[in-house]
Design a binder for this molecule. Structure first.
Ligand code: NAD
Length: 487
């Protein structure tokens, strides 16, 4: 395969997920000659910018969850509104088509923005050769060339971790990408892992009528989430019919024996262990959602001598600088923060501005976290258990969504808001929400905490009435005065 040398860029970005595309666009806005290389193809084999977040993560997942929620609501909530409808059926192919259309539109918006900013968008596999050079290979492997840049930003994202005990066949035992592309609702579905991805996928398929069982090796549920909120989530999910088996480690999963009847052969047999011993479970589909790993396997030539840790994460300093001068790593590739889209976006902007001589660091302490289930979970800052472990003097205000007029009016009363403030200074230390629109409500808390607000600041801020945000206001008031009122 002939290799030729081509352009010299100010910046080459490898990966067009949220971290990569935001970085490339900001570089171009700052006057830097920029190329962005990405290899993602959609189900039709067409280029699709946006990475996992858009094609097989948050956006695809939220689009399907919205459809699933409508279907569930039509089946369960119409009567109380005095509305009658005939039989309600679901057309999964159309649901997937809607999701694919949304993904295509958003991906095209990224391509348009690249064109507007005169970014060279190259569809290829990229490999870092050294601190100045990137080898690009066409997807059909017939052509290769070497690009040069003064700065290189690695943003190649992450992919699902394979479990050797549950090998993916993408027919019966599927990964999280395939789980957003199923052609029918499985009758009985198991998911390995009750982490963020497992729960988000469970919310979709459970709302569409699948009997859904989550098998989670850890004894604790959502251990990084505030445990009061996690308990509330556990209660709500199980009342919705999700079966959460904690302390259940899957040790094997196989397609049903071919010798068995057709019905039986369609099923997956799972073996898992818990404190009572080994159990077997038969399901129609099994989703493996046991974590993600950074995409560094073929990203760097050995001679480049870039420092990775034993799990493949790129070693970076607090400025996202790798061990090679001029080479940065952002998003899911590093352990600087959690694997979430907005962390990658912020790092992308930070690195682009750093290259242009502007220092605008990321505030990792105030990254909001969101779990896009039904209802949503969102939080910012510290959990009660972490603050107590640190011995911080704290005070806590909570408010149930069911006590707010808006939640009652829209029939979305499950959930609560919890505000934690410093017992002496009253400064906000953490805000935790479970309930409808939690991902939107948390923005107010992030802003308040960015300005080092106290709970009194939040309590004295006028909130429109009746809104869901009044629950946040009421939790702050409860914290200040222990006053409770119908909000
Ligand atoms: P995770 O690590 O959050 O959860 C995986 C779970 O699988 C763990 O709890 C683990 O104990 C369990 N597990 C592993 N092997 C098992 C086995 N053999 N049997 C039973 N359980 C087993 O990983 P994830 O949910 O795959 O998510 C990956 C990353 O992507 C996370 O960092 C997550 O935060 C991020 N993500 C974030 C969002 C969001 O912000 N909304 C969305 C998707 C993914």
């Amino acid at each position: 395969m002939a290799k030729k040398h081509t352009n010299l860029y100010d910046v080459i970005v490898i990966g067009a997920g949220p971290a990569g595309y935001s970085s490339a666009i900001r570089c171009a806005q700052l006057g830097l000659k920029t190329a962005c290389i990405d290899s993602w193809c959609d189900h039709k084999g067409k280029r699709s910018l946006g990475g996992t977040y858009l094609n097989a993560g948050c956006v695809a997942s939220i689009a399907l969850l919205e459809s699933a929620k409508i279907y569930h609501s039509l089946n369960h909530n119409l009567k109380q509104h005095g509305i009658q409808a005939g039989s309600i059926t679901v057309d999964i192919a159309q649901m997937m088509q809607r999701k694919n259309n949304i993904v295509e539109t958003l991906s095209q918006q990224i391509a348009d923005s690249f064109a507007e900013h005169k970014i060279d968008c190259i569809q290829a596999e990229a490999k870092l050769l050294n601190e100045r050079q990137v080898e690009i290979t066409s997807l059909n492997k017939t052509a290769a060339s070497i690009l040069e840049a003064k700065h290189i930003i690695l943003a190649s994202g992450s992919s699902p971790i394979d479990l050797s005990c549950a090998p993916i066949d993408n027919e019966f035992i599927i990964d999280s990408t395939m789980a957003l592309n199923l052609g029918a609702v499985p009758k009985r579905l198991a998911i390995i892992g009750a982490g963020v991805i497992g729960l988000e996928l469970a919310s979709i398929w459970n709302r569409l009528g699948a009997e859904t069982i989550l098998l989670e090796a850890q004894e604790s549920f959502l251990s990084l989430t505030d445990q009061q909120i996690a308990r509330e989530a556990y209660r709500i999910y199980t009342e919705q019919g999700l079966e959460l088996r904690l302390g259940a480690r899957v040790i094997s999963a196989k397609k049903g024996s071919k010798k068995a009847s057709l019905e039986r052969s369609r099923k997956v047999t799972i073996e898992y262990q818990d404190s009572d011993g080994t159990h077997a479970l038969r399901v129609d589909k099994l989703i493996v959602a046991s974590g993600r790993k950074p995409n560094t396997e073929n990203l760097v030539a050995a001679e480049a001598d870039l420092l990775l840790d034993e799990n493949g994460y790129v070693h970076v300093d607090e400025n996202c600088r790798t061990t090679l001068p001029g080479v940065y790593a952002i998003g899911d590739l590093t352990l600087l923060g959690p694997m979430i889209a907005h962390k990658g976006i912020e790092e992308g902007l930070f690195v682009a501005e750093q290259i242009a001589g502007i220092h605008n660091p990321v505030n990792y302490g105030l990254l909001p976290s969101v779990i896009f289930t039904d209802p949503e979970i969102a939080w910012v800052g510290q959990t009660e258990q972490a603050l107590r472990a640190m011995g911080e003097p704290i005070k806590i205000g909570t408010y149930q969504l069911s006590a707010t007029a808006r939640a009652q009016a829209i029939g979305q009363t499950e959930g609560m808001v919890k505000i934690i403030a410093h017992a002496e200074t009253d400064v906000l230390l953490g805000v935790h929400i479970i309930g409808t629109q939690a991902s939107e409500l948390i923005a107010e808390a992030v802003l308040a905490m960015e300005f080092s607000a106290s709970s009194e600041d939040l309590a004295r801020t006028i909130h429109a009435h009746p809104t869901l945000a009044k629950a946040l206001h009421a939790a702050a008031l409860a914290l200040k005065t222990q006053l409770r009122f119908n909000s």
